[in-house]
Write a new protein. Sequence first.
Length: 122
Amino acid sequence: MALFSYIYHFFVNFMLLATAYFGLSLLGQYDQRAMLAIMILIYALLRTVSVLRSFSFMHRVERLEHELHRFMSAIATTDTVGRRQLVSDVALSRHHGELKAYIDLLFLSLVALLCLARIIMT
């Protein structure tokens, strides 16, 4: 399922990049092209802020994982298989979320570069 999730994120972000490219390439007048590029940049900025907030959330989850390990070792009770599985599932979910966020940031930076290039070059 994780592989399909990565493919989905890649496909959606690639379609955003392709739409921005073709939209900016088909407009003939500079004013229209610049206005569309600015709107796309604003959208990319909003999504970038969202992705950066998810990184902050993932960092907090990682800190909670370390605290849980420390707490479990301090009380020295018998670790059940369920607790260990829960901790490993949370770590795996955090890792998948970070990879998806990196994919989003890669494509959003490509979209931003494309828009800036289309604004600067006539």
